[in-house]
Design a binder for this molecule. Structure first.
Ligand code: FES
Ligand code: MG
Length: 593
């Protein structure tokens, strides 16, 4: 194997091969020999490669990694490394209460501790379900040891009565049909379950497919990794190649900070718009950027990404699912088309050891119905609007999912295009919303904006995906599928609601949403990227002066620790104190005995 590390010692040798401290070396060696490894191997100057295992019975979206790991290990061995698999705290989007988002920072924290405190020279990050991908990239960023992402891959396409049934998206759609009385409870359950036909993560362009595309766009995985469906043979091959490659990355000392530069994040923002990616990407990328020490601002999403066209025809913004996206070429095909249009920084370094431009040579769409050329897109301006005003300093709007019907009905008044003025109805969290949404006293009609607050990082805690609120049943029966919704939480990446999300600062820390009342007039102006409560300034100030923070009740110790240290979504929802720790893989902890 080619060894470009000159005379640099591996970090793991400080554990297993330290003649200055034979007592400790023996202690480190003996226990690792009792099942898998020999002393000769551990002292043979081979890099030790951690495999951060996110799959488990509790984390079915990532369960495929329990099987893929054999191929990862084979690749590592083949290239001369020694694999050591270890568990990651489970983060199952559909399983964890009150929200998996609460656990992103917990898994991050524990990964940092494992990578720093054990004899590990490089790591394979097994990603998949929504928050697993950012949690692991954040941890790798803080430690800055060579790291590579391997995605579990989306499930096969779901089908229901001859039509594609996409993860998450079918729930939002079926919830409406149930409210309209078009289907019963039994059919509702069967429809929704049809969208999950195999191992893998969500098959829509929800947060999972988005974040794995982001890992690839950042340069943190092998080319073509993210879109391969979980059960495909290509997925097994990718696991093997990823295992082989991480060994070389350790020899080359190719670290996350060499790959995740400002140029890489700009590439990711452009790709996110082109794929119709999730509104969860901005806080996650913000967090990764802060942990690796790159300047990024929530406003960069509009400045860099807004004018990028929608080129991927995948639910929720489009029609197809993961299998079609893979066959059309996946992320490298999208990036290849973007590169032809000069929207990609070609010189960004990647995990392959080559630049992004070199990786993408020859890649283009193999099916223009699924991945369009740059100049014949599905829609122009697919990036996010970053709104501000007296209700928040920043909030995101994914304009690419605003339906034609909604645009025609509300945003196309001649002379007033892009402006929507309406009456606010305010809910204190999802329980309040479910209790009252059908209450006629709220007088909800088609010129209402639904607000939800108390659901941000501190409020929920963790920031919940509850902003995509459905209108009252009576309104849906009138044919109005969506009302604009606004909140200090997030929404599922699989939702197609015209929502205004991630409002920062959140209401429980005194953000402007705290002062809004049902009945206030609110004005959304997409041309100016503003949203304001049309309340007399003196009256608004009086509400601010009279405001007292709501009482917060912690249910677990972690909730209290999290709430004490977490920042706002616009800043990535990080544990703020953790962002001061950079490149800590350069330091060694003290011996343990
Ligand atoms: Fe796990 Fe979507 S719920 S990937
Ligand atoms: Mg979700």
């Amino acid at each position: 194997m080619s060894d470009t590390r000159a005379n640099r010692r591996f970090r793991s040798q400080e554990w297993f091969d330290n003649p200055n401290n034979p007592g400790m070396t023996a202690l480190y060696l003996e226990r690792y020999q009792n099942h898998e490894y020999t002393r000769a191997e551990l002292q043979s100057e081979r890099p030790i490669i951690g495999i951060a295992q996110t799959g488990s019975d509790l984390a079915p979206c990532n369960k495929i990694h329990v099987f893929l790991v054999d191929r990862i290990k084979a690749g590592i061995r083949e290239a001369g490394g020694i694999p050591m698999e270890f568990p990651v705290h489970p983060i199952q989007e559909t399983g964890k209460r009150p929200t998996a988002a609460l656990d992103r920072n917990l898994a991050y924290l524990s990964l940092v501790e494992v990578l720093h405190g054990y004899p590990i020279d490089g790591v394979v990050l097994t990603t998949g379900c929504d928050k697993t991908t950012p949690a692991l990239l954040m941890g790798a960023a803080t430690v800055d040891l060579p790291a590579i992402a391997l995605n579990g891959g989306p499930m096969l396409d779901g089908w229901w009565q001859g039509k594609r049934a996409g993860s998450g998206t079918i729930i939002w759609e079926s919830r409406r049909l149930l409210a309209e009385g078009q289907i019963d409870y039994e059919e509702f359950m069967r429809r929704v379950c049809s969208s999950a036909p195999s191992l893998g993560h969500c098959n829509t362009m929800g947060t999972a497919s988005t974040m794995n595309a982001m890992a690839e766009a950042l340069g943190m995985s092998l080319t073509g990794n993210s879109a391969i469906p979980a059960p495909f043979r290509e997925r097994m091959a990718m696991a093997y190649e990823t295992g082989k490659r991480i060994v070389q990355m350790v020899l080359e000392d190719l670290k996350p900070s060499d790959i995740m530069t400002r140029a890489a994040f700009e590439n990711a923002i452009v790709v996110n718009a082109a794929i119709g990616g999730s509104t969860n990407a901005p806080p996650h990328l913000q967090a990764i950027a802060r942990h690796v020490g790159v300047e990024l601002d929530v406003r960069d999403w509009e400045a860099i990404g807004y004018d990028v066209p929608l080129m991927v025809n995948m639910q929720p913004a489009g029609e197809y699912l993961g299998e079609s996206f893979f066959r059309a070429g996946g992320v490298p095909a999208v990036m290849g088309e973007l590169m032809k249009a000069h929207r990609i920084h070609r010189d960004a370094m990647t995990a392959t050891g080559r630049t992004m431009g070199e990786n993408l040579a020859g890649w283009e769409s193999l099916d223009p119905a699924v991945i369009t050329p740059y100049d014949a897109p599905l829609r122009q301006n697919a990036g996010f609007k970053v709104l501000s005003g007296n209700l928040f300093d920043s909030a995101l709007m994914k304009t690419s999912v605003i339906s034609a019907d909604f645009r025609a009905r509300f945003l196309s008044e001649p002379g007033n295009e892009g402006v929507f003025e309406a009456r606010a109805v305010v809910f204190e969290g999802p329980e309040d919303y479910h209790d009252r949404i059908n209450d006629p006293a709220l007088q909800i009609d088609e010129r209402t904006i639904l607000f939800i607050r108390g659901v941000g990082c501190v409020g929920y805690p963790g920031s919940a995906e509850v902003v995509n609120m459905q209108p009252p049943d009576a309104i849906i029966r009138q044919g109005i599928k969506h009302l604009p919704t606004v909140g200090d939480g997030r929404q599922s990446g699989t939702s197609e609601s015209p929502s205004i999300l991630n409002a920062s600062p959140e209401s429980v820390v005194g953000g402007g949403l705290a002062h809004l009342r049902t009945g206030d007039r609110v004005r959304l102006d997409l041309n100016a990227s503003t949203m304001n409560a049309l309340v007399d300034p003196a009256e608004w100030q009086a509400r601010i002066d009279a405001w007292t923070p709501p009482e917060i009740v912690h249910q677990t110790p972690w909730q209290e620790i999290y709430r004490t240290h977490v920042g706002q979504l616009a800043d990535g929802g990080c544990l703020e104190l953790a962002t001061a720790y950079q490149k800590i893989g350069r330091t060694l902890p003290r011996d343990n005995h």
